[in-house]
Structure formats: C-alpha cells, structure tokens
Design a protein around this ligand. Structure first.
Ligand code: ARG
Length: 635
C-alpha cells in the first residue's frame, strides 16, 4: 500500500457544552436503573414517546422480559406484575410526575410540568447545543453530490447534494466531525449508471476515453488553450457534444483521441495539464450550484485514489479473494450471481476498484467510523457488493450495526409533472443553476405581490427583498425534496413547493417570521425574561417570569419542544431527514394550536407565553439550519 502523506489529527474535541441527552435517553437511564435492581442480566431499556392518551412516554420491557423468563423460576406472575415492579423501582426523579401500568405491563410515564418548563428554560439560557443528541462516534464521512466531470450535473446530483448536506449538518450538530466528500467522477472508467442519462452514453465507459476525446478536441479547437480563459471554452456540455460528434464521425480524430488516453494515463505533462483544465471548467459550474445552496464540500475525486488501487488489490490477492473470470479479475460475493469485477479484461480499473480502494482509505487512513454514501437507489447493488468485499477482507466487522459502519443512502428519482424523469421543457438537460434561479425569481415575484397587496412594499429594501427571495426560493426546493421519504420518487413542481399553504418551506418560513413578530410586538424584553426565568428566587410561585404549562395547548407545545433532541437523533441514526421535516411541520401546527387558544400579548401569562414563543422560534431556526434553509425574520 502506498504510504499516506500525513497522518490525520485526532478528532477535534467537542465544544464546552454540557449535553444532557434527549428526554428519551434521560428516561432510559432511569428505566435502566430500575431494571438493574430487578434482573441480574443486562436488559436494554425500551422507552418511546407515545400517544397522549397513555401518558408522555412508555416503557415496553415487561412483555419481552416475561417471554424470556418463561419456564424459569420467578417471583412474577405475569407481565403486568413485571411492569408494576419496573414502575415501582424507578429512582426518585423530578422528571416524572406519575406512572401507571396498563395491560400486559406497559409502563406509562407522565413527565412533570415543572421539569418540562425547567428543561426549556435551561435551553433558552444555555443555547440549543445543550439539546444536541449524543452519538457514539466521533468521525464520519458523508460522500454526496459527486457529479462527473464534463458531464451533466443533473437533478439526481441535486437531490444527493441536498440530502447529503442535511445528514452532514445533523451529524455535525451531534458533535461528530464530518468529512464532507465530493467523490467527483474525474478519472476512472466508470460505467455511466445514472438513470438520468440515457442514450448512447448508457451504459458505456466514460471518463478516461472521454477525456482523451475532450483533450484532443481542445487542442484542435483552441490551439492556444493554455492561455485562453475558461469562457472561451464556455459551456462544457456543448463542448462535449461537439467533440462526441467528431469522435463518431471522424475515424482519424477517434484514433488521435485514443492515443490521447494513453498519453494521459502515462502522465505526459501536456495531457495532464489539459485534463486539469477540463476539470477546472466543470468544477466552476458545480461551484455555482454549491454557492447558491450554501453547501460545503471537499473534493476528493476518483483520481485521488488511483495510486492506492494496486496495493489494495494486492491485499485481496494475498488473502486469496480474487479469482479470474472471463479474463477479468473478480471477487465473488455471496448472494449475487455476478461477481464484483475489480480489474477489467483490458487490465483497466473500474468504478468498483476505485470505490473499494476509497473505502479502504476512509477506514484505514482517515479513521472514519461511519461512512455514508448518498446516491440514487439504482446504485444499491454496486455499494452492497463492495461493502461485502470489505467485510470479506475484514476491514468491516461482520455485524452491520457495529463500527466502523457503512451505509448506502439510496434516493428515489425526481420526476416531472408527466411522471417521467425530470427534464426542462425545452432542452434535454436541466441546467441546475437555471432551475435554482427560476425558484428564486418565482419566489421574488410572489413576495412582491404579497407585499404590494399588504401595502408594505415601501418598507422593504432591495437587498432585503433579494435575500428573502433567495431564502424562500432555495428553501422551497430543498424542503420539497427533504420532506419526502428519500427512497420514494417525488414530483418536482414549482407551484407546489412555492405554495404558502400546506407542508412547504414557504409556509414554515412565514410561520417562523410571524412568531418573531409576536415577540417583537410585546413591550417586554425577551433577553431579560430569559435570564430571569432560570433565576430561582425570582418571583417564585407567582408564575411570572417562568414558563407555566397550565393550558393543554401550552403543555402539548412544551412537550413537543423538548422532544427535539430525540428527533434529530432518530433522523441521524436512520438517515431520514424527513423525520425532522415532519417534526418541524408538527411544531408549527402545535404553535398555531397554542396561539389560537392562548392569548399572548396583554394576557396575565404574557411573560411565560413569550418564552414559549421564543423557544419555538429557536427550535424552528435550528430545524431550518439543519435542513440547510435560511430562516426569515419578517414577511
Ligand atoms: N459519480 C457518481 C454518479 O454520478 C456518484 C459517486 C458516488 N460516490 C461513490 N463513492 N461511488 O453517479
């Protein structure tokens, strides 16, 4: 194996924040203590939030334990008596108001209102980082976006960009160091397996042969290419098309292009330089998309792993894991009819050899504990096969849940209104930049109309209009994607995503802005209230300056707020951003419920209720942040 340039530094130590863990984790700790006092063997607590009519949380261990005790001598008569014992042995805690045991031993737990209030007040004073989930890993790779050089960056890449960014943000919030990797297709001989690209390119070997073609065309069309600005070459897709036509029509050109591949691979200066130039132009186009979406990515393209492939394959050879099959070198994988080809018949490497090597690098050199790949679900087999190969050689543990762990986050397709793969009206490709700009333009037009109707347009500066249109437009595209289960296909529709009613970013951003305006309208100083709320001696028992949850809708909102941490934890561990979207939407619905039945400004409970508004605004802002959406503070 080729040695690494520099060893990685130890994971950055977490910021100095005392994290208390989610409500679920805190309750689980109490249940665990109870279980330990009752049973000699270790039992994992099973605790979950439940429907309001049963309480707030439920512990469901009793039935499982009962079935394990069957046939053994035990003091318990039935699962219900186990439930009773678990409830009775819960340690004293200010969290719990009451418990009850139902049916076959479900332990229903009702949280104390006072504790809920205190939990929210602490967050208001110490910041929402306190509510960050506690995960058991410290470094992860998220491999996302990953378009291909000189080829179309399509809506599938957009979906991967949006979802990958959110997963990275959630992990980062949970104090995991995330290596955000753009595995750009810049070198290997990848078969184009994208469902968005059809026609003669699919399937075929792209990249190196394609690079030969592009380089030769560059030399011909732009003899002074080294000095020419990138604009001269301009749209790489048009350039690609023209050179492809020449490649197909002109056998001499084709021969020269093939020669160029050989020269490129042997590292000849001029050819490598031209290749870099082409990569540079593609990269600029990708960056336009990343800038608009405010997505951070570090490019480590396929070519980066090239020098390590030989060493990795030698390790496989040494372990007798490589066989010969029809002239190719392959790894046989249980459960698949076809083997994983790691060296092609012609001796070249492919998508699998690169990915296998890249995985080795991420585990062994970068010491990542969780490696997450975000691509269309069509690539699932490719991922599962090289994951299995890594298990065979022992880089990954046999259990799929143990660390280091790999996950393929498969995505459904983006469809057009015709139910087919999404394309724009006119051309066969959707330029992503244009798509994003259209969302912004439409949202600007809507916003102006709205402000004109309300007679407010004169209060707004151009810059403010611009930034709001951007936040809403890009936010709409992101949210429309994130709110769906990632595996399902979803239909791209500007009309739907820019609707200000229903489960859309526009609705949510405006709901947040409205909460901010309620807080601003009050004559009270929210920062003072926050400080006062945790000051124990302050107006104690008067209900002023503290959060009181007497009204059912206040309580429901309070409970939902404190469940934020476990929702992020769930969205993170199951790699499902839609869970967070659902939470955010429910939060805004609960806020509406609260605001409809509880007067805020001018009421006796104004201070407490303002604090609830503030807490809701903070949690919503954090949700937006995790979803990569810029919040809006006024409309
Ligand atoms: N370039 C590939 C495509 O456009 C995606 C790469 C995903 N990452 C990986 N490590 N294979 O489909």
């Amino acid at each position: 194996i080729v040695p690494m340039s520099s060893p990685l530094e130890a994971p950055t130590t977490s910021r100095n924040i005392k994290r208390v863990g989610s409500v679920k984790q805190q309750l689980s700790r109490l249940v665990k203590e109870s279980l330990e006092s009752l049973f000699p063997d270790e039992v994992q607590p099973i605790v979950a939030a439940c429907q309001a009519k049963f309480g707030d949380y439920q512990c469901n261990n009793a039935m499982v334990i009962w079935s394990q005790l069957k046939g053994k001598a035990t003091q318990f008569k039935n699962p219900n008596s186990i439930g009773q014992a678990i409830a009775k042995n819960l340690p004293e805690s200010e969290m719990i108001e009451s418990t009850s045991v139902a049916g076959p031993g479900f332990v229903n737990i009702e949280l104390s209102n006072k504790w809920i209030s205190k939990h929210i007040q602490n967050m208001l004073v110490n910041g929402i980082e306190q509510w960050a989930p506690i995960l058991s890993i410290s470094r992860a790779v998220v491999d996302f976006s990953s378009p291909n050089i000189a080829k179309e960056m399509h809506v599938g890449h957009l979906r991967s960009t949006i979802i990958g960014d959110t997963l990275a943000r959630m992990l980062e919030f949970s104090n995991v160091e995330v290596l955000r990797r753009n595995h750009v297709g810049d070198w290997g001989t990848q078969e184009s397996i994208s469902p968005y690209i059809k026609g003669p390119d699919r399937p075929c070997f792209v990249k190196q042969p394609v690079f030969g073609m592009l380089i030769e065309y560059l030399f011909e069309q732009f003899p002074n290419w080294e000095d020419a600005g990138d604009q001269a070459i301009g749209d790489l897709q048009a350039f690609y098309k023209a050179s492809k036509k020449k490649f197909d029509d002109d056998p001499d050109f084709k021969a020269r292009a093939q020669q160029a591949v050989v020269k490129l691979q042997s590292g000849e200066g001029k050819y490598r330089h031209a290749w870099q130039k082409i990569c540079e132009i593609s990269r600029k186009e990708f960056d336009l998309v990343y800038q608009r979406l405010n997505v951070q990515l570090e490019e480590k393209g396929e070519s980066f792993y090239n020098p390590y492939i030989r060493g990795v394959l030698e390790e496989f050879e040494r372990n007798n894991l490589i066989k010969e099959s029809e002239g190719a070198r392959v790894v046989e994988i249980d459960g698949y009819d076809i083997p994983l080809i790691v060296v092609k018949k012609d001796g070249g490497y492919n998508y699998a050899s690169t990915d296998l090597t890249c995985l080795w690098y991420r585990i062994k050199e970068e010491k990542a504990e969780w490696i997450i790949y975000v691509t269309d679900v069509g690539q699932q087999q490719h991922f599962h096969m090289f994951f299995s190969a890594a298990r065979l050689i022992g880089w990954l543990p046999a259990s799929k849940d143990a660390y280091p762990k790999v996950s393929h986050v498969g995505l459904g397709l983006v469809l057009g209104s015709d139910g087919k793969r999404f394309r724009t009206r006119s051309s066969e490709v959707v330029r992503l930049v244009e798509l994003l700009d259209e969302a912004k333009d439409r949202s600007r037009a809507e916003l102006i109309k709205r402000l004109e109707d309300n007679g407010k347009i004169t209060d707004w500066t151009d810059a403010e209009l611009e930034s709001t249109a951007e936040a809403v437009g890009y936010g709409a595209i992101k949210y429309a994607d994130l709110k769906n289960n990632r595996l399902t296909n979803y239909t791209f529709s500007f009309d739907q995503m820019l609707n200000d009613k229903g489960n859309t970013a526009v609705y949510l951003l405006y709901a947040h802005a409205r909460i901010c305006s309620i807080i601003n309208k009050s004559s009270k100083d929210i920062e003072e209230l926050k400080k006062a709320s945790t000051c124990m001696s302050w107006k104690i028992n008067t209900g002023i300056g503290k959060i009181v949850l007497d009204h059912v809708d206040e309580r429901a909102l309070g409970l939902h707020l404190i469940q934020f941490a476990e929702i992020v934890e769930e969205a993170c561990s199951n790699l499902l951003p839609n869970v967070l979207c659902e939470y955010l939407y429910n939060l805004s619905e609960m806020f509406t419920g609260f605001y409809t039945s509880c007067q805020v400004i001018g009421s006796e409970q104004e201070e407490s209720r303002l604090l609830l508004c503030e807490a809701t605004a903070i949690v919503m802002t954090k949700c937006f942040h995790l979803l990569g959406i810029t919040p809006v503070y006024r409309i």
